[in-house]
Write a protein that binds this ligand. Structure first.
Ligand code: TRP
Length: 350
């Protein structure tokens, strides 16, 4: 069986370092591993509209931002097909047939969707489109017969839902669709990077994100004002590294080479953590090191992004090429789906 990747992001904002370590970095590694027959990276504008239907301009503007973030991080349009979801109308048609294979009760149990509904205070104004987006996500994945879906931890319930729909479909109509597997980051600290304020998640509305497009000054300002261990008052106090976002970021980003370059008194993060835990290491020093690591990591991404942003029409050309190619693949799967369901009434007339 072919090894195929499909993954994507909602264009509801620029991508931040949580997206980077949680999924983007992995996608680039998988892309360059040469192990996959096909890689599809989707900008999920239709899904973004399920909670931004009143602001399509925002979604439109963020399509270019996300595309720039992708390319700046090393997604290569010659190796990966980058496309815009709404251009592939077949995805909507697949969604309509898959809807019959899911109950309302099942959709209401999805923990990620549940948390989002709560956070957005929808109550009785919950749009149907929003509740059903996991079904449309199943269409995204299955249309490309994806075997592998590199995503952040919050997407696991979507993958579970997709596998259930695939099994129901194949049982009812015959073996047609492929069951996908999620790929999560191996480094536990990368699963969910906390906000700079110590909140569990980076979110635009909380203003606690470091964006891939942030300037050197913005990065420094954000790192130097990060939340740390509130009980670590004096340098000599023993400190906590486990729930301390500065150390969680170091876990996600710092390498032994960074120590050799910027803080040679420690050989590794383990040594630095031990010092902080027994007392005698100040937050200022930790933040200065973290800043050096973040600057070094983000500088090449930002520079490449600024270069690419000079030619936005080229970005739309790339997206158009990718979207046309994606559409052809999804159309093929849709015709197989209709054949299996025996609703391909006019197939022989074509
Ligand atoms: N739900 C994903 C997000 O919030 C975006 C997405 C849409 C996606 N369809 C997908 C991710 C299919 C992986 C596979 O960013």
């Amino acid at each position: 069986m072919k090894k195929i990747i499909l993954t994507g992001d909602r264009p509801s904002g620029k991508l931040h370092i949580g997206h980077y370590v949680g999924s983007l970095k992995r996608r680039v590694e998988l892309q360059n591993s040469g192990e996959f027959d096909k890689i599809y990276i989707m900008i999920a504008d239709a899904q973004a509209l399920t909670d931004n239907f009143d602001n399509p301009e925002k979604v439109r503007a963020n399509i270019t931002e996300v595309a720039l973030d992708y390319l700046a991080c090393g997604i290569d349009p010659n190796k990966s097909t980058v496309f815009v979801q709404s251009h592939v109308a077949e995805l909507t048609e697949l969604t309509f047939y898959y809807m019959n294979l899911v109950t309302l009760a099942r959709l209401e149990r999805n923990p990620t969707v549940k948390a989002e509904i709560k956070q957005k205070n929808y109550e009785l104004s919950l749009p149907m489109g929003f509740l059903t987006y996991p079904v449309s996500q199943t269409a995204d994945i299955t249309a490309f017969k994806a075997t592998t879906v590199p995503v952040g931890e919050d997407q696991l319930p979507m993958l579970e839902q997709a596998r259930e729909i695939v099994r129901s479909f194949n049982n009812l109509y015959g073996e047609t669709l492929v069951e996908p597997k999620a790929v999560l980051p191996e480094n536990k600290s990368c699963l969910r990077l906390p906000g700079t304020d110590g909140m569990a998640k980076m979110s635009k509305s909380l203003g606690n994100c470091i964006y891939l497009s942030d300037s050197a000054d913005e990065i420094k300002r954000k790192v130097m004002s990060m939340y740390t261990d509130p009980n670590h008052l004096k340098v000599t106090d023993p400190g906590d590294t486990e729930h301390n976002p500065t150390f969680i970021y170091l876990d996600a980003f710092a390498t032994d080479d960074h120590f050799a370059r910027y803080l040679p008194e420690y050989q590794s993060l383990a040594e630095m953590k031990a010092h902080y835990e027994r007392g005698g290491l100040g937050d200022m020093k930790v933040k200065k090191f973290l800043n050096a690591v973040m600057q070094e990591t983000l500088e090449p991404i930002r520079t490449k992004r600024e270069e690419l942003a000079k030619d936005i029409p080229a970005i739309w050309d790339m997206l158009y090429q990718g979207s046309e190619a994606a559409r052809a693949v999804a159309a093929q799967t849709l015709s197989e789906v209709k054949k299996s369901m025996r609703i391909d009434y006019f197939a022989e007339r074509k």
